[in-house]
Design a protein around this ligand. Structure first.
Ligand code: FAD
Ligand code: NAI
Length: 468
């Protein structure tokens, strides 16, 4: 075993880990990043954000060519699917970006160590590589950035063929005739949309009586309506009792969550997407005194665990399981280790579902404001009244802005519409600057753009929407 001394060793090369490493390198710290996957980028780059967006983009283009080009005066014939090429271009995007992260490690003088990391004791990380060789790293700080894995469901055994999790759902080598998605959250609706666009008949089974449960209720209801119109079918308020796979397909037994008659749904493939759980196996956390909650999330105070010198960030800790949340925390921890300030504003972490139309939100929902007894004002604007949306034949959806009535600060925004995933950034900046709705309303926005809907919704908070 060889010995090394580092300022910090990061275990896990996902968005939390690699951004922590880059910031540490920028600040002159001696850092190492340990990753067992053989590639940097974590869940996000390898089997998450990037491959799913590659398939969403390509399948959207395929569907548009078949359905909406005609109304724009673009006649195309013989449009057909080359699934192998669609999957290959997805893999190319992943490969390019993971290599890019590796380059960034070199650029910032971070040592990239391939292998499984284990915390042997405070200040010592042992790495075992694929060939079984071990290396011991001594370090002042350890950052746990080991991420998450798909949650399982009793009676539904993921076999990677008939029953897949999100990773398998990105790799199907033929379009299933029928796809059952279990869980109407981010993954189920994004990947369900991909396979529906490519020709599958998709049924989504959801335990609750609504989809995307953490989203603003009004937006979520509109989203459901739009997805149904696109042909996705829903079994809401349904409990999955089990799934049986055979050579011919899969049968899924469900019953109403509130109790009632059972029924069986049949499909070629089932996608299980009912959430993710933190991944901390094999790290040796218990012996170290790192505390976790009942679900296994590492408990921290400003990313500091209960073990001195051991920090934790990203999906392995509490909070939204999003790449940009992990990234924020990674940079903040590196700064704290360097003796600087470290800050993450958890009130301003946007969430986007990259379907078409997209759904984007930041801050509080109306339901949360009501539950917290906060008096608020609301402004709304439909894309149907936005000139760019009308010109582009993309009129579905709306923008909704919520302002705290007492402080006059925007505390939430919720949108559904084409491209709103890009538009939500404007609200994030406004919220960081403590803007009121009037601040947004009095800011000149280019015409004709979809962002004018944000301005009109902001005017609506004070009752002076002009264009509807
Ligand atoms: P991860 O990205 O999970 O990285 C952790 C890494 O640690 C992994 O590579 C793992 O191999 C490694 N590791 C674990 N244990 C060890 C060990 N002991 N030794 C060495 N290495 C170890 N989020 C978004 O914000 N936008 C999206 O569009 C989006 N799309 C998604 C789509 C899908 C299908 C999925 C599954 C997730 C998506 N997410 C998205 C969520 C996002 O991927 C995660 O929130 C993000 O990757 C979390 O980053 P992380 O660094 O905490 O962990
Ligand atoms: P999710 O938490 O988004 O949704 C899970 C859904 O499954 C919920 O609606 C829940 O009520 C339902 N559910 C739970 N148990 C169930 C059961 N037994 N039967 C039926 N339904 C059940 O989880 P998902 O979609 O697996 O994604 C995991 C996480 O990955 C997301 O929460 C998100 O943080 C991240 N992600 C983010 C994306 C993005 O930012 N665009 C895209 C994909 C994933």
């Amino acid at each position: 075993m060889s010995q090394d001394a580092f300022d910090l060793v990061i275990i896990g090369g996902g968005p939390g880990g690699y951004n922590c490493a880059i910031r540490a390198g920028q600040l002159g710290l001696k850092a190492a990043i340990v990753e067992k996957r053989g590639k940097l980028g974590g869940t996000c780059l390898n089997v998450g954000c990037i491959p799913s967006k590659a398939l969403l983009h390509a399948s959207e283009a395929y569907e548009a060519a078949r359905t909406s080009f005609k109304s724009l005066g673009v006649e195309v014939s013989g449009v057909s699917l080359n699934l192998a090429q669609m999957l290959a271009q997805k893999n190319e995007a992943v490969d390019g970006l993971t290599k890019g992260v590796e380059f960034l490690m070199k650029k910032n003088k971070v040592e990239y160590i391939k292998g499984m990391g284990r915390i042997a004791s405070a200040g010592v990380v042992e790495v075992t590589d694929a060939a079984g060789a071990q290396r011991s790293l001594t370090t002042r700080n350890i950052v746990i950035a080991t991420g998450s894995e798909p949650a399982g469901l009793a009676g539904v055994n993921v076999d990677g063929k008939r029953i897949v999790d999100s990773s398998g759902g990105l790799e199907l080598n033929e379009v299933p005739g029928k796809l059952i998605v279990i869980g109407a959250g981010y993954i189920g609706l994004e990947l369900g949309s991909v396979w529906r666009r490519l020709g599958a008949e998709v049924t989504v089974v959801e335990f609750l009586d609504r989809i995307t449960p953490t989203m603003d209720g009004e937006i979520s209801a509109q989203f459901l309506k739009i997805l149904k119109k696109q042909g996705m079918q829903f079994e809401l308020g349904m409990k999955v009792l089990g799934a049986t796979a055979s050579a011919a397909g899969v049968s899924v037994q469900i019953e109403p969550a509130a109790g009632g008659e059972q029924k069986t749904l049949n499909a070629d493939v089932v996608l299980l997407s009912i959430g993710r759980r933190p991944f901390t196996a094999g790290l040796g956390l218990e012996a170290l005194g790192v505390q976790m909650d009942k679900r296994g999330f590492i408990l921290t105070d400003h990313w500091q665990t209960h073990a001195p010198g051991v920090w934790a960030i990203g999906d392995a800790t509490l909070g939204p399981m999003l790449a940009h949340k992990a990234e924020e925390e990674g940079a903040a921890v590196a700064q704290k280790i360097a003796g600087q300030w470290g800050h993450v504003n958890y009130a301003v972490i946007p969430g986007v579902v990259y379907t078409n139309p997209e759904v984007a939100s930041v801050g509080k929902t109306e339901e949360e404001l009501k539950a917290e007894g906060i008096a608020y004002k609301v402004g709304k604007f439909p894309f149907l009244a936005n000139s760019r949306a009308r010109t582009n034949h993309e009129t579905e959806g709306m923008v909704k802005i919520l302002e705290d009535a007492a402080t006059k600060r925007v505390v939430g925004a919720h949108m559904i519409g084409v491209g709103v995933g890009e538009m939500i950034g404007e609200i994030c900046v406004a919220m960081e600057f403590g803007a009121s709705a009037e601040d947004i309303a009095r800011t000149c926005h280019a015409h004709p753009t979809m962002t004018e809907a944000i301005r009109e919704a902001a005017k609506g908070v004070d009752g002076w929407t002009m264009q509807s």
